[in-house]
Design a protein around this ligand. Structure first.
Ligand code: SAH
Length: 392
């Protein structure tokens, strides 16, 4: 097996089982390594550290897979890792759609697999996973007997790995334009081929339950609603009305379909196809108010580089949200930006409350669902943060 040698003093994160090696930490690469090939990583004096796969095109040059020198990374290694990831979810998830494999968090860097009923959607994010795709598809077929496996490798991050975007069926007949899934006994129409992410925000499942437990008899403002899941839960739990805002027309068409699928009358919801930042200002200017506001924006700071700009944008919507809330109103606010920590987010809420001149209590801390675990040795797997606040 070909070897890669680290610079002196750069082995510490590896010993702590962090799975990434950045290009700047590498001293020497054996000639002839193909992108995606499994390599042996050694310290500066050629001592074994771990096995991983290499990509000369990526800033993250190596993603580590195995720290035990005596274990071979062969077909059964991949099968075992996939099997473990699936079985970890068996006993804890009681719904038909959830994330089966969450990349680094499940010790399979670069691989995401989401289950939607008996459909699987797979995302291949790295050259290393591209090389073992067939093994993965066969293992998924053996372990889950899906009716279809669809590849949605259309993430922008593939470019960073020197890979083209691709979307195609890997197993079974063609995929219909929409399928109906069940989440906590609610029905949602999901477009696996073109919907956002792999079709649905599975990571918010638990948070939808928690937020909707505050919704009874409240007038809800569901900002960045996408396909309306927070509104479906909230209205079904007794909210008086919900106003959904999203800048995507397709998202709102889907939201309408989902509200109807769950027998929610169009007299209690309103769809606003606008920019949230502008609409919140309009509401403020006409003194509109709400009793529960949900803010679930897209990633405003994918990396730390965009942190300052994102800080301002998060503060802006949270400040406006607080101003629009009635006395003791509830703000359910989220950030899915990897570049913003929970501590940062809390500071943003503090600053927003100060400038809105409102007193705020945090009632609940929220995070990503249990099918999106946070790997302690890879803090980057934590991305979704949320607070339920009472605004006084
Ligand atoms: N709350 C949703 C997920 C939100 S994803 C759920 O639970 O399923 C973020 C959404 O914000 C996307 O649907 C995207 O279309 C929308 N969006 C992005 N920027 C926006 C903007 N400036 N104004 C309004 N909507 C926006």
């Amino acid at each position: 097996m070909k070897k890669i040698i680290l610079k002196k003093g750069r082995e510490k994160p590896v010993l702590k089982k962090h799975p990434w090696i950045f290009s700047g930490a590498i001293k020497k690469v054996d000639p002839g390594i193909i992108d995606g090939e499994i390599i042996e990583l050694c310290d500066h004096s050629s001592g074994f550290l771990a096995y991983g796969y290499y990509n000369s095109k990526s800033q993250i040059s190596i993603r580590l897979l195995e720290w035990n020198k005596d274990i071979d990374i062969n077909d059964s290694w991949w099968q075992e890792k996939i099997k473990n990831s699936i079985s970890r979810r068996d006993s804890i998830i009681k719904t038909d759609s959830y994330r089966l494999i969450f990349s680094e968090a499940d010790y399979l860097p670069g691989l995401i697999v989401d289950k939607y009923g008996d459909y699987l959607v797979m995302q291949v994010l790295t050259a290393g996973i591209e090389k073992v795709k067939e093994i993965i598809v066969n293992a998924l077929l053996d372990l889950t007997s899906p009716s279809r496996i669809f590849e949605r490798s259309d993430s922008v991050t593939r470019k960073l790995e020197g890979l083209e975007k691709t979307s195609k069926i890997l197993y079974g007949d063609s995929v219909p334009d929409s399928i109906i899934i069940n989440e906590n006994n609610f029905k949602f129409s999901v477009n696996l081929k073109e919907g956002q992410k792999t079709g649905f925000y599975l990571d918010q499942r638990r948070n939808r339950e928690v937020v909707s437990s505050f919704s009874k008899e409240r007038r809800v403002l569901d900002c960045f609603s996408y396909s309306g899941a927070f509104s479906v839960y909230s209205l079904a739990h007794g909210a008086e009305s919900s106003t959904l805002i999203d800048s995507s027309k397709q998202a709102l068409d889907l939201a309408k379909k989902n509200l109807e699928l769950n027998n929610l009358s169009d007299s209690i919801f309103e769809l606003v196809n606008e920019d949230v930042f502008k609409t919140l200002r309009k509401f403020r200017d006409c003194s509109a108010d709400f009793d529960l506001i949900i803010l679930d924006p897209p990633k405003l700071a994918p990396t730390r580089a965009q942190k300052n700009k994102a800080f301002r944008a998060y503060k802006d919507i949270n400040l406006l949200g607080m101003k629009l809330l009635t006395q003791n109103g509830i703000l359910a606010t989220f950030s899915c930006s990897g570049g913003i920590s929970q501590q940062d987010f809390r500071q943003i809420i503090f600053n927003a409350a100060r400038d809105a001149n409102r007193e705020v209590q945090i009632l609940t801390n929220l995070s990503q669902g249990v099918d999106h675990p946070i790997r302690l040795t890879c803090p980057e797997t934590e991305y979704l943060k949320g607070f339920i606040c009472r605004v006084i």
